[in-house]
Design a protein around this ligand. Sequence first.
Ligand code: FAD
Length: 305
Amino acid sequence: MTENQYDLMIAGTGPAGLTAAIYGQRLGMKVVVFGDTPGGNLYMIETLMNYPGFIGGIAGTQFGVATFRQAQEEGAEFPMTLLEKLSHTNNRFAGIDGNTSEFSAPVAIVASGRKPKILEVPNADKPGMHFCSICDGPLFRNKNATLAVVGGDNMAGQHALTLARIADRVILIHAGDRLKMEAVLHKKIETKENIDILLNTEVVGFTGPDHINGIIVSTKQEEKQEIPIDGAFTAFGWRPNIDMLKIPVETTSEGYIKTDEKLMTSFPGLFAAGDVRDTDMWQVITACADGARAAKYASEFLEAF
Ligand SMILES: Cc1cc2nc3c(=O)[nH]c(=O)nc-3n(C[C@H](O)[C@H](O)[C@H](O)COP(=O)(O)OP(=O)(O)OC[C@H]3O[C@@H](n4cnc5c(N)ncnc54)[C@H](O)[C@@H]3O)c2cc1C
């Protein structure tokens, strides 16, 4: 094998990609993993509270760096750049990284995660802005918190219900004139006493010196008004990171990569794992499980190659 030829190429150094690297190496493959952060989105998790084995939780960065080191110990190689382009030529996957070096492998796993769509209003980038209610909601437990949820679809509805179990008050703010969520969810929300719904209401900014403590909203009828809050959750949706993928694969309308039960995409030899995949749970534990399974099935594909 020449210098840049590998058995398995992985895009993404989050929990899915790193677990795939650990399993891939242990299954006897020579693995290269692209990504620029050891741990992917784990660096955004202040304390990972819901991963079994860590009573009291573990800092996301600590978990990410340890998993990264474990993959290195197993022998996986990390150029520490993003994969700029992943294509398929001469029966192999061809990758070009940020240094324009070329890599190739007969099997590949896309584990590049997803990123939240951010509200483009003043102070939306301050601490106190959250994207995951299952993950960050418990930070507000027993704090008599008032939380804003921005959005009007199913995701916003789920956030509002999750947070209503934790916070004193949840304000669901939607720019449209009606909520666009499943009827059952809509009904549950309407019957929750601690959820207030503000329709036809635009979020125009957030306030707070270091941490968000107010949301500024505007309606057609009223002047802008500021509502005091302890935190905000946006539910504008997420965008899977698939721009580098120059191979035709089936995706959902939102761009999540569809896979079969062995995590193979519609393109033979190309697998997908973690948050980038068309899944129903976007969590560290499910990303790790995906990574392990994708590596196993990638290795089986390689054997038959
Ligand atoms: C604020 C926040 C809090 C969260 N809290 C929790 C929690 O408490 N518990 C929990 O279980 N889950 C939590 N999550 C969800 C969890 O972070 C994700 O489910 C998990 O990280 C998904 O792992 P992944 O490996 O699929 O993707 P990611 O962790 O997103 O990793 C993918 C990596 O691939 C990189 N990448 C993108 N494009 C390319 C490319 N072209 N080439 C190479 N790499 C690329 C991305 O930059 C990223 O670093 C939280 C998420 C957020 C945003």
